[in-house]
Design a protein around this ligand. Structure first.
Ligand SMILES: Cc1cc2nc3c(=O)[nH]c(=O)nc-3n(C[C@H](O)[C@H](O)[C@H](O)COP(=O)(O)O)c2cc1C
Length: 220
């Protein structure tokens, strides 16, 4: 039996990404987010327009998308309710957020240099995607009150770093989903995925190489 419902949020479960960007003074900012999806070697992110990450991304055009696993959950949680913006934007202040200039120190994550962009990678995250900004869009541009509050970013992945423990043995370009334990945010809470595959997948009869984007091998 279904009933109609008006949940305040519709966060049905998406992977957490810790985004690193560079502040005006050259220091690094870190922010957890999860409104995200990938198509080819592009990623689409939804970010509050008032966030420091949004401002840094618009100014510098660069970020690293660090993908935490279930093991990184405590460090990710320490970043929650903080912002690199000073003063704290009004809406965040009302929700109890505080200004935090040292997100690496606060989280316990370590910074590792990136190879193609200025923002550092998060060493402890098993996947780190160096990326540059390709396009910026608005969200809810058709609504008088919501217009301008959220930015949609398309970023282009420039380099992929993966913990070798996630790879299919002997196949350096294939991640084994059975070894990857993404951290999932569902209705503001943290979850993991069940370890075993639930059911056979007809889709997975298509070889992964059939989806390869020419960008992934440097083709224009
Ligand atoms: C698990 C988790 C998921 C989040 N997902 C998003 C998101 O998808 N988009 C967003 O704008 N903020 C999201 N937030 C809130 C941001 O972390 C928050 O806006 C933060 O202040 C951003 O930091 P910054 O201002 O230093 O960039 C999320 C927070 C947590 C803890």
């Amino acid at each position: 039996m279904h009933v109609t419902s008006k949940p305040a949020i519709l966060y049905f479960g998406t992977p957490v990404v810790v985004v690193s960007t560079i502040n005006e003074d050259g220091s690094a900012n870190l922010a957890p987010m999860s409104s995200v999806f990938w198509l080819g070697w592009r990623c689409v992110l939804g970010l509050d327009a008032s966030s420091k990450t949004t401002q840094n991304l618009l100014r510098t055009g660069e970020c690293v998308l660090n993908l935490p696993s279930e093991e990184n959950v405590a460090a990710v949680d320490r970043l929650a309710m903080t912002t690199g913006s000073n003063p704290v934007p009004q809406l965040k202040a009302a929700r109890g957020y505080r200004f935090e200039p040292g997100k690496f120190g606060l989280s316990g994550f370590s910074a590792a240099p990136s190879e193609t962009v200025a923002p550092p990678r998060v060493l402890e995250c098993p996947v780190q995607l160096e990326a540059t900004l390709a396009a910026t869009h608005g969200l809810a541009e058709d609504h008088g009150v919501l217009r301008g509050l959220v930015k949609i970013f398309e970023v282009r992945i420039q380099r992929v770093h993966v913990d070798e423990a996630l790879l299919v043995p002997g196949q350096p370009n294939r991640i084994d989903p059975g070894r990857w334990r993404p951290l999932i945010m569902s209705f503001q809470k943290f979850y993991g995925l069940k370890a075993e595959e639930l059911h056979g997948s007809r889709l997975s009869s298509v070889p992964e190489e059939a989806y390869r984007s020419p960008e992934s091998i440097g083709a224009k």
